[in-house]
Design a protein around this ligand. Structure first.
Ligand SMILES: Cc1cc2nc3c(=O)[nH]c(=O)nc-3n(C[C@H](O)[C@H](O)[C@H](O)COP(=O)(O)OP(=O)(O)OC[C@H]3O[C@@H](n4cnc5c(N)ncnc54)[C@H](O)[C@@H]3O)c2cc1C
Length: 531
């Protein structure tokens, strides 16, 4: 048995962000991770061949750049080994008809690129960036604060210089937003595909701001890549926890939260150990698993019933490749290497893919894809002259008539078909350049990380997650669960998924407030107090 001030279940980046603030506030923290490595969806592993370091899930830490964690250097992540790279180009999109769009780091160059398609669309892009500038503080403020009421969030948006117009953008779909702002079909396709990058059904109302925020974020910060791999973020966070007297253990699955006298008193792990928590327990276990781990009675029937409202968002199908050549995209300016690339022939193809997704079908006809080659900017990802590639498709967990179990039978074939589509858009790369590959269906994503519940790698339906939509669950108050001293963080809490650190930081703020401590003190604490 061990005893700490706070026990944290899970070592994804959000749980670790939370643990890092708590440790900096002077609390003795224990982090327990079920997997053999930390990081969850920010893990980097050699899943193909030795020397090829693949980001298993997230690669782009773009949204994180706007967080107070990075902007204000609140956790001194650089001192703990984290360094970011900002690729140029940020992202490219080659089309089968020979045309292409490149988002350059230089904003004027991107505007010039769009002007080749339509002067109107080039101006519309500048307007979109200006519109986001006008509302981004309101949006970031809401993201990096515990959830308020939905009406307060809307009022904050309305209070910006864009007023009611901004509220309209919030309630529109990304599809409507893109169609309203841009005229050319290539340009529309590029921006609609970008809007998809946080895995929302971009044809549904409530996704409108994604068309602004994702484009503006990529323009400002490119396909932000952690040097050495996404895993450099959780590694740096774990160092902070340890440096401030805490512990991070792997291979430690939390199977039970100990509730004594109506209060969370610690946790039990799969090996039968007990870890007592004097002040608080923080969970990043998927909310759907909480009834099994915490107990239905302790959570209350109304809360448990409310969990039925949680919905899986878009799911992904991922193949990692070890290559002996660099992918070069067929762009109008000539073959070009890029960390980030989008494959999508038209808005109609993207909409057809979403419609097929909702029917539980695997549509392999011109499927929209995301491709990431981190080794294009970071030579530490692969042996000299070799490259990593991640090809992501947007395919359902639940297959029509067959359920998720069928994935094991079809995943190799599906991966092959997606790769065929990919190869049409690059030069000098064939199947012969593939040294090894590793396929993860939506079912595999869940098997590796149960927080990817039903393959849902982005925390659930984003339009629901935004503005703390889990709050309406009876008994749910921000990050406080209905058991005293028990808190929830991670992608199922406000403001949802992606590498933002927001759920982790906000949860730490709430825990510290409840303990009579403050986030500001944690931030101001000098380095290495207990080193
Ligand atoms: C293929 C893919 C690509 C993505 N690409 C991007 C991207 O480029 N950019 C971006 O911003 N986002 C991306 N995302 C989303 C992003 O990675 C996630 O939303 C985010 O990393 C979730 O972080 P988290 O800390 O909330 O949870 P997780 O990273 O899921 O961590 C939860 C952790 O808890 C552990 N755990 C669960 N149950 C227990 C238990 N009972 N006991 C102990 N430990 C437990 C898990 O093993 C896991 O390590 C991607 C996701 C996927 C799947």
């Amino acid at each position: 048995m061990s005893e700490h001030d706070v026990v944290v279940a899970g070592a994804g980046h959000n749980a670790l962000v939370c643990a890092a603030y708590l440790a900096r506030a002077g609390l003795r923290v224990l982090v327990l991770e079920r997997a053999p490595t930390i990081g969850g969806d920010t893990a980097t592993e050699e899943v193909t061949l030795p020397g090829f370091r693949h980001d298993l899930c997230a690669s782009a830490h773009t949204i994180f750049q706007s967080s107070p964690i990075v902007r204000n250097d609140e956790l001194r992540l650089g001192a703990y080994g984290l360094r970011y790279l900002f690729p140029d180009p940020g992202v490219v999109m080659p089309f089968a008809d020979g045309r292409s769009i490149t988002m350059f780091r230089d904003r004027a160059a991107t505007v010039g690129e769009l002007a080749r398609f339509s002067r109107h669309d080039a101006r519309a892009y500048e307007e979109l960036l200006a519109d986001w500038d006008a509302i981004k503080d309101s949006q970031n403020g809401a993201r990096y604060s515990p959830p308020t009421t939905a009406s307060a969030a809307i009022a904050a948006l309305e209070a910006t210089t864009k007023g009611a117009e901004a509220v309209r953008w919030r309630y529109a779909s990304a599809l409507d937003t893109v169609r309203e702002r841009f005229a050319d079909e290539h340009v529309r396709t590029f921006f609609l595909w970008l809007s998809l990058m946080t895995m929302s059904h971009v044809d549904q109302p409530g996704t409108g701001l994604l068309a602004l925020s994702i484009a503006a974020g990529r323009q400002a910060f490119s396909w932000t890549t952690a040097e050495g791999g996404s895993g450099a973020l959780p590694e740096a966070l774990a160092r902070i926890v340890r440096q401030h007297g805490g512990e991070v253990l792997t291979g430690a699955e939390v199977t039970r939260v100990l509730v004594e006298g109506g209060r969370a008193a610690g946790v039990a792990t799969a090996d039968g150990s007990e870890h007592r928590a004097r002040r608080a327990v923080v969970s990043s276990i998927h909310v759907k698993h909480l009834p099994d781990v915490v107990g239905r009675e302790a959570l209350g029937e109304t809360f448990v019933r409310g969990l039925a409202r949680w919905r899986t968002g878009l799911t992904m199908f991922v193949t990692h490749y070890a290559l002996d050549a660099e992918p070069r995209y067929r762009l109008e300016q000539g073959p070009t290497a890029s960390v980030g690339a989008g494959i999508c022939e038209s808005t109609e193809d993207l909409l057809a893919a979403l419609a097929a997704f909702r029917r539980g079908e695997v549509r392999l006809e011109r499927p929209p894809l995301l491709a990431v080659t981190s080794s294009a900017i970071d030579p530490s990802r692969a042996p000299a002259g070799k490259h990593t590639l991640k090809v992501v498709g947007f395919l359902p967990y639940e297959l029509r008539d067959a359920g998720p179990a069928r994935w094991d039978a079809v995943k190799e074939e599906v991966s092959g078909a997606l790769f065929e589509e990919y190869l049409r858009h690059v030069t000098g790369l064939t199947r012969k350049n593939v040294l090894a590959r590793h396929v993860e269906s939506p079912l595999d994503l869940e098997r590796r990380n149960p927080h990817n519940y039903r393959g849902s790698c982005h925390g659930g339906d984003q339009d629901l997650a935004q503005e703390g939509a889990l709050r309406p669950l009876p008994g749910w108050a921000g990050y406080r669960l209905p058991v005293r001293g028990l808190y929830q963080t991670g992608a199922t809490t406000h403001p949802g998924a992606s590498v933002t650190g927001a759920p982790g930081r906000n949860c730490a703020q709430v825990v510290l407030e409840d303990l009579g401590l403050g986030l500001a003190d944690a931030i101001a604490r000098p380095e290495a107090v207990r080193a």
